[in-house]
Design a protein around this ligand. Sequence first.
Ligand SMILES: [Zn+2]
Length: 72
Amino acid sequence: MEFKRCARCGCFFVTDGGVCNACAPKDRLDMVKVKNYFEENPNYSIDNISINTGVSAKNVSRYLNNGINGNI
Ligand SMILES: [Zn+2]
């Protein structure tokens, strides 16, 4: 078992994902938002995507780094 730190709220948890169970539904919603936006605007910067989707820049870069096309 491996303890991880939730990428959203910072609490410690045990699972395979990058966020805790409480944050998982929100995280998926944000990821879909960012994915859709990114597909329409692939040249936009993380800051721009963040401003236009309302998703924090930290989360936007996490989704992009995780390979947004592979994980949804
Ligand atoms: Zn969390």
